[in-house]
Design a protein around this ligand. Sequence first.
Ligand code: AMP
Length: 257
Amino acid sequence: MSDGRDGDRAAWLDGSGAECPAETEVDHPWRLILLGAPGVGKGTQADLLHSRLGACHLSTGDVFRTAATRTDCALSPAMQQALEYMRRGELVPDTTVWEMVRERRSCLRCRGGFILDGFPRTLRQAESLKQLLLDESLTLNAVVNYELPLQEIVERLSGRRTCEQCKAVFHVTRQPSRTEGLCDRCGGRLFQREDDRSESVTVRMTAYEKSTAPLIRFYQDLGLLLPIPASGSPEEILARTLLELEKRRAWNHQVAS
Ligand code: AMP
């Protein structure tokens, strides 16, 4: 989970050894993937959806950023290499990403469901995930695709600020914190992610176009894609998403009965 409470998402962020104290059973858990270009607001929506639906917010980018802040020198060579890719704004190789997700497969089995943010990012990752969910007898409910024009994405990314401690996301003009440079939730310091700087943004957009856009077709063919316009305030986008999810659930019930 991603709201900064003690222990939340420890199993996801720290890997196999960590306990997940937050696991709660939900009647109809949501198992979702969020797609969309960097800066489209997936992380913010994942947090809001987590609050409304209870499912855990599982971001692969957060796993890498958490690893990058570790000072205990315990990073594996593969993780050290992965962080170099991230700093350059490039995608981390599929094998490293998949190893990391596989280690955390218990998070996908969570009885509260999951909201995957930033994974899968390539067709290979999507195919591996499809097989894993099949092996675990887990069903994906929907793949939400947030859509926004490129110019607006660049504006959003360059103004984005992230909390060092709880990872809450702000924007210098669209969603400023009450005290400049400090997080409203926990008082942590706000910083600009290395990969939100303009040089990295261009590389990331190219990587997105090349590797992630084909995923849209993949999930469309599986009948799972829900396109959502990502313009407007976070609350407006959330309302749109919840409406579409409810329609999807009602439709699934109709088909099943
Ligand atoms: P994000 O926070 O999702 O934008 O991820 C930040 C960075 O982490 C990306 O620019 C990549 O370098 C790396 N990353 C995160 N998730 C993945 C993934 N599924 N595949 C490859 N690289 C990833």
